[in-house]
Design a protein around this ligand. Sequence first.
Ligand SMILES: [Fe+2]
Length: 286
Amino acid sequence: MQPQLASFFDPGTATISHVVYDQPGGHAAIIDPVLDYDAKSGRIAHGSAGRVLDFIRQQHLSLQWILETHAHADHLSAAAWLQQQAGGRMAIGEGITQVQQLFKGVFNLGEDFTCDGSQFDHLFADGEVFHIGQLTARAVFVPGHTPADMAYQIGDMVFVGDTLFMPDVGSARCDFPGGDAAMLYQSVQKLLTLPDDTRLLMCHDYPPQPRPIAWQSTVAEQKQHNIHLHAGISQSEFVALRQARDATLDMPQLILPAIQVNIRAGQLPAAENNGVRYLKIPLDML
Ligand SMILES: [Fe+2]
């Protein structure tokens, strides 16, 4: 059975959330849903995730999985909200425990925050096979952008998260805590050994003008045209290029609110005694 795909672009964060399902009325996984967060006002909204949820309902899909490719730094995850609305199991790669340890210190999280990944319903091991209704899927460990990234291979598609971007954009940054450009290079080589016509689905797009937003390429296209990682670029060339570029990049606008929510599987911090939830801003840490 061929997987069905619906993709949703969130213009505020340039994120693409994907719904993969077996058939209308069947079972679905949502990959990388976005919770709207307005940094100026501190307001949370559910416009982006709501559009994904509307699709799930219109197609009468039973939500089986909410998959994160990694702990995102550019948007807050809507996984917890979607689970409240439609059920499903929240899952991420087992390396999330490392990311939790790295950031527990940054945010000085208390003893109630455990670094065992138990905030998620399931942690995938590399190569683990799972099912979305009648579809068979596989988790592929692709660290480098963070130490814990997973790609998800479903039929002839691979949801690559923040590893590769569209060929004219290149690759994801590797300068967050625990990131490693050499590791990303190795992860991408693993993806590029898949059959040439394998479809690769992006998590972000930042198109050079005037190209419109896009989120799908193939292994063949990436090997021929990826500006950072086309066939023939050596690991040391890539590492030098990636590190030089990362040195010029500002922190993502939402990294501080995003990470502290996303290492909790998208659950917002508990309300204080006045009923208000607060996020923390560590000074001089990043
Ligand atoms: Fe990311």
